[in-house]
Design a protein around this ligand. Sequence first.
Ligand SMILES: [Fe+2]
Length: 469
Amino acid sequence: MDDGLTRRTLLAGLCSAIACEGSGALEDPPGTLPGAPPGGCCAPGTPPTEPWALSGLLDEVAFPSGLRGGDPGPDGLVLSGRTLEPGVVLSGAAARGGRWVALPGRGPLVPVGGFVRIEVDGLEPDTEHAFALVSMDGLRRSALGTYRTAPAPDTERVVCLGATSCLGNAEPTLPLLWAAAADDLDAFLILGDAIYTQATTLSGYRGAYTTLLARDSFRALATATPLVVMWDDHEVADNWIVGPGPPGQIPIPSAQLRAARIAFCEALPQRIGADGVGLWRSLRFGRTLELILLDARAERTETSIVSTAQLGWAIETLRASTCRFKLVVTGVHLTDHALRLSFPNNTDDTWDRWQGYPEQRSALLAACEEVPGVAIISGDMHYGGIQRVGAPGEVGAGLWGVAAGPAGSRPWDLAGWLAEQGHPADAYDVLIDTYSYARFRADPGAGELTVELVDAAGRVLAARTLLRV
Ligand SMILES: [Fe+2]
């Protein structure tokens, strides 16, 4: 029995043992019905326990931190691994009839900066796959990563996703991620601030990711569940911008951004963006759910939070989607917080989210309201919440947004802040101030998209039905 398979099997057992509790219902924004989601989120299928004929002995020195899989599609995914080897081959297998069946090897692959990034295609949809990197002489290999591909494009089934953000330093071992790793999810979203670094060089950024990838809890999650990642500011620098920006944004040299981008893409697997350059992209899980991932950080100017191309793409992708549910993913909030989050006499925070760019925000939200089955998910603010996106009577009033995280940054007691400042809290249906991730369950049979906020012990702190479509 192999190391990775053992862990995965144990995690699957843990998943079924976790008691999911709690239920509730949102009040009725237009197009949404109240209801209580079912507990639990374990997708069907457990990977085989017998390994295939795999060369080499596990070597954690030559292959530190295991593998990471990301951006699953119906026929493939992206893999990332670290190695000290000058060259490697990829060995893989597909689960068929309760057995691992070996796939053709791929390689040789030459690491860049100690990282190997591979776009794997030709896989079977909705199927568990296992992978390892193997040295060219066949003597050493990495730990296994096991990942399920997305459902076929024309199929519907229940899809379960997790999401969090802000893997900061207040809880450096990231115990929340153990709970996420124990969930049998189709993918896990990291919505930005995966690292917090003062680095300015490529080697500095690589060092920050090396620390993250070595965390046991992160590794347990990333070797068993495909990641879907987007960055925010701390992958580069606090509130960074290249060129002139709005108040509160801090200019950095373009060379620093290039270094940060290289390290981000090496360490955390992701597909190339829809325009062939950027990070914004969409991922589909059959006809059940489409993720529309926005990069609300790298294209900012004094007057816009995303490029015209990205905004146009997002609106067209929403309108063209044939999926029942669409999750718009943006690291920073689309919610109109008015001035409730602003420190007295300083409203710079409004420029750090869509609220500071009302024209683009209105255009995107109008499309979200025009298309049935849309909800919003964001990170950044260090609290977990379920909230109205638009003020009553304004654009976005009919949409629900989920604030996911934090995973390691100190949680913010937003309910306490609102009370202290004398601000109304009626825009927020749920507020929690502990480490948490959001667990989405898209059920095409019931026509429901539900969300649960889950803490580090696996307890469900809040549960709501976001959409009935
Ligand atoms: Fe953060």
